[in-house]
Design a protein around this ligand. Structure first.
Ligand SMILES: Cc1cc2nc3c(=O)[nH]c(=O)nc-3n(C[C@H](O)[C@H](O)[C@H](O)COP(=O)(O)OP(=O)(O)OC[C@H]3O[C@@H](n4cnc5c(N)ncnc54)[C@H](O)[C@@H]3O)c2cc1C
Length: 342
């Protein structure tokens, strides 16, 4: 019989985050399908608050590694804590939310417990009594489903793949495990966080809308001039009012390197597409963007797609958007901002 462990990292004094709640929902369903119990293991400076927020999740037992040494993401200490917890729980299946902190250690963790790890999983199901996981390949073009005989099997669940569990808080009894860190596991110190200016405020993975700006915003317009400054203020005002997440085409983010008029807040982290990101927002609006395949492939998970382009023959018109507004995006977005400001 499988023994299932949900392994997560806790922020001191805070309830379980969305990614942990998503993994809790996935583990709870998996355990029910397999008719088996499941446990939770947490790592952090202070874990009781997270544990309490998961007290009514259905988990049978809570384990934890706690202390100042485990406050921030650090490969050496996170790995030793995770190893101790997996060994203590004797789990055969370990599910972790696929955050950057967890993804950094899962492959080494699988080596230390003589198991296997798979990351970026978007589904964990039971088919004919066999656990089957799925993930996307080749820049989200193909979905594959597979199983593995090796145990422990460590599964990193991609954030946003499962609806988060909705739980009422309670009181969890946590069995604490002591992990003595050797000095060389403390060498790395996290002094703070730095994010690129602009991007920090414009990329919002949980936003309901993805707003994509294309190179057209910086190109010469009907009057023979480019209007990059106007474009900047229109786009920033819209983002501020709508709280949409900002995406870009490759052409636009590449322009800064080519000495063209640019939008100062745009970086390569905003790029959506084949060589960019594949975000998961319910809706998307593309503006001044041609809708070429290498860009639109990044829209795979956007459920409702609209575009504004002056060209009625742009790529969006060829079955890639639900609605194409053939119009000047400067005028459309200025009007939208006016309505949003009312
Ligand atoms: C290997 C490879 C990988 C790639 N990866 C990516 C990727 O990850 N992401 C990506 O985005 N691209 C990628 N590309 C590039 C991609 O093929 C396109 O070149 C790019 O997406 C075009 O960007 P764009 O639509 O912003 O610019 P353009 O093609 O220049 O289109 C600008 C559009 O703006 C419109 N426009 C201009 N003014 C207005 C206005 N006032 N109102 C409304 N519309 C207006 C024009 O009609 C035009 O359609 C890749 C290409 C290759 C070869």
């Amino acid at each position: 019989m499988e023994k299932i462990l949900l392994l997560g990292f806790a922020d001191a004094g805070q309830a379980a985050d969305k990614q942990l709640l998503e993994a809790a929902a996935a583990v709870s369903k998996l355990a029910a399908d397999l008719n088996t119990a499941w446990d939770i293991a947490l790592v952090g400076k202070e874990i009781q608050t997270v544990a309490n927020s998961l007290a009514n999740s259905g988990a049978a037992h809570f384990y934890g590694v706690e202390g100042d040494d485990f406050e921030t993401a650090r490969y050496a200490s996170d790995l030793l804590a995770a190893e101790a917890l997996v060994k203590k729980s004797e789990a055969t299946l370990v599910i972790v939310p696929g955050t950057s902190r967890a993804n950094r250690v899962v492959s080494a963790l699988s080596a230390r417990v003589n198991g296997r790890a798979d990351t970026h999983l978007t589904g964990i199901t039971v088919r004919d009594g066999k656990i089957t996981v799925s993930r996307w390949y080749y820049r989200q073009r193909m979905e594959g489903a597979f199983a593995r005989p090796q145990r422990p099997w460590i599964l990193a669940l991609e954030p946003g793949s499962v609806a988060p569990a909705v739980l009422s808080a309670g009181t969890a009894a946590v069995e604490k495990i002591t992990v003595e860190l050797p000095e060389n596991a403390r060498r790395t110190k996290v002094l703070g966080m730095k994010t690129p200016a602009g991007t920090a405020q414009t990329i919002r993975p949980d936003a309901k809308l993805l707003f994509v700006a294309g190179a057209g915003w910086t190109k010469k317009q009907a009057d023979g001039q480019s209007h990059a400054a106007d474009a900047e203020s229109i786009i920033l005002q819209f983002l501020d009012k709508s709280q949409a997440s900002l995406g870009s085409t490759k052409s636009l983010v590449d322009m800064s390197g080519e000495g063209n008029a640019v939008l100062s807040f745009m970086t390569h982290l905003n790029q959506v597409g084949q060589t960019g990101s594949t975000p998961r927002h319910p809706k998307g609006l593309a503006t001044c963007c041609h809708g070429e395949e290498p860009h639109v492939v990044g829209w795979r998970f956007i459920k409702e797609r609209r575009a504004v382009n002056v060209d009625a023959n742009c790529g969006w018109a060829r079955g890639k958007a639900d609605v194409l507004y053939v119009a000047d995006a400067f005028a459309v977005m200025a009007k939208v901002n006016e309505l949003l400001c009312k």
